[in-house]
Design a protein around this ligand. Structure first.
Ligand SMILES: *[C@@H]1O[C@H](CO)[C@@H](O)[C@H](O)[C@H]1NC(C)=O
Ligand SMILES: *[C@@H]1O[C@H](CO)[C@@H](O)[C@H](O)[C@H]1NC(C)=O
Ligand SMILES: *[C@@H]1O[C@H](CO)[C@@H](O)[C@H](O)[C@H]1NC(C)=O
Length: 362
């Protein structure tokens, strides 16, 4: 129930007519952020106030909180306070410290100064502001992708999350899913399936969150990032039969970098590692060098569980007619057992014939 100004004026004027005692609750509804200190105002005036003649009682949802009785202050909690000096001036306001959601409810200020006795009600509400996050998946042009807007840890439950492209409200928006948290607050998630197309694909997309913990909206904005397919080329399309050779698959122009490449043989996955006759494996990892110059040096880094230090092999390069030549044979001594297995056909002990036999497919 709301006390209107008119009603207050009427109460005040009634006591003016009666002469002495006046009582008012200047703000019948008080809202404050969690963890703040809040004053619940309660004002009275009378001809002359003797502390010992006044009884002031504050109740929260009918439970006594603090009382000033015959000059004695009787609080029930350290978080509530009345001001003796102020009471002498007709100010019975209550200070609530470090408020939390459980402090919400109805507060009653009672002032008794015989023969006068007045009670007033304040409705107290707490707010907790959300934290807002906007999350966008990677998009493909003309295909729907997911936009997510999170509002976390707010109170009370009512919240609005709206989606915009530039200043334009996006069509077919659904109400956010709201869930309650153990601490009494709420979290909301709004998911919007968005299809970027044509000239508007580069316009920023934003989510706007409105909640009564703040007069201003929260706005989070993002520019969409697009996934791109690579062009795929495979080197050495002509293969010599039963000859050791390197096949390279090159992906060009993809975004982002999280892409997995694998090989198939006769429609079945081919491992990079092959089991050899002696129970060990041979693993080949090739890299396509695109940008390099004379001074660059390359290294193959091998990390294996059970060994403390990584195994590193440096491969110096020489430029020759715009061709890269690795000097593997000259620098073989820098390698170690594990690496020399894969740096030349002879050292691995795998003849071309049993290499192809050794390939296991799943
Ligand atoms: C009542 O007392 C409190 C605490 O000192 C003070 O903050 C508030 O302004 C006072 N109210 C009035 C109307 O004097
Ligand atoms: C946004 O998405 C990424 C990837 O799915 C996820 O790791 C991250 O936690 C998300 N952020 C939020 C606020 O949920
Ligand atoms: C191929 O890889 C799979 C999965 O990593 C593995 O289980 C299988 O043993 C491998 N096969 C060979 C021949 O190494």
């Amino acid at each position: 129930m709301r006390y209107t100004k008119e009603l207050l004026l009427w109460i005040v004027s009634l006591y003016l007519v009666a002469g002495e005692f006046q009582f008012s609750i200047p703000h019948p509804e008080v809202t404050a952020p969690q963890h703040s200190d809040v004053l619940l105002p309660c004002i009275f005036t009378s001809g002359r106030i003797e502390l010992k003649d006044v009884l002031i009682v504050w109740r929260h949802d009918n439970t006594e909180l603090i009382k000033l009785d015959a000059g004695q202050m009787i609080p029930t909690s350290r978080r509530v306070e009345l001001f003796v000096n102020e009471i002498e001036r007709g100010n019975a306001s209550l200070l609530l410290k470090d408020v939390s959601i459980s402090d919400e409810g109805q507060y009653e200020c009672g002032v008794v100064e015989a023969p006068n006795e007045e009670y007033g009600i304040i409705k107290f509400k707490v707010t907790v502001a959300p934290q807002v996050f906007l999350n966008a998946s990677l998009f493909v042009m003309d295909q729907p992708g997911m936009l997510e807007c999170y509002a976390e840890g707010f109170y009370p439950r009512d919240i609005s999350i709206r989606w915009f492209r530039g200043a334009t409200s996006l069509p077919s928006q659904e109400a956010p899913q709201v869930q309650s948290n153990p601490d009494g607050t709420f979290s909301a998630l709004s998911i919007y399936m968005y299809t970027p197309s044509g000239g508007t694909a580069n316009e920023p997309v934003s989510c706007r969150v409105d909640h009564n913990s703040r007069n201003v909206s929260w706005v989070k904005t993002t520019r969409l990032q697009f996934r791109k397919r690579p062009s795929v080329t495979v080197t050495s399309q002509v293969l010599g039969q039963n000859k050791e050779q390197l096949l390279t698959c090159r992906l060009d122009g993809h975004y982002p970098d999280d892409i997995v490449v694998s090989w198939m043989k006769n429609g079945k996955a081919l491992n990079k590692s092959e089991l050899k006759g002696d129970g060990t494996y041979v693993t080949t990892e090739s890299i396509l060098l695109t940008f390099f110059n004379k001074k660059d040096n390359f290294a193959c880094l091998v990390e294996q569980e059970g060994f403390k230090d990584p195994l590193t092999k440096i491969i110096p390069v020489e430029m020759e007619d715009h061709q890269l030549q690795t000097q593997e044979r000259k620098h073989k001594q820098e390698g170690t057992d594990l690496l020399t297995k894969s740096d030349g056909g002879n050292a691995s002990g795998t003849s071309p014939t049993n290499q192809s036999d050794g390939i296991r497919s799943e």
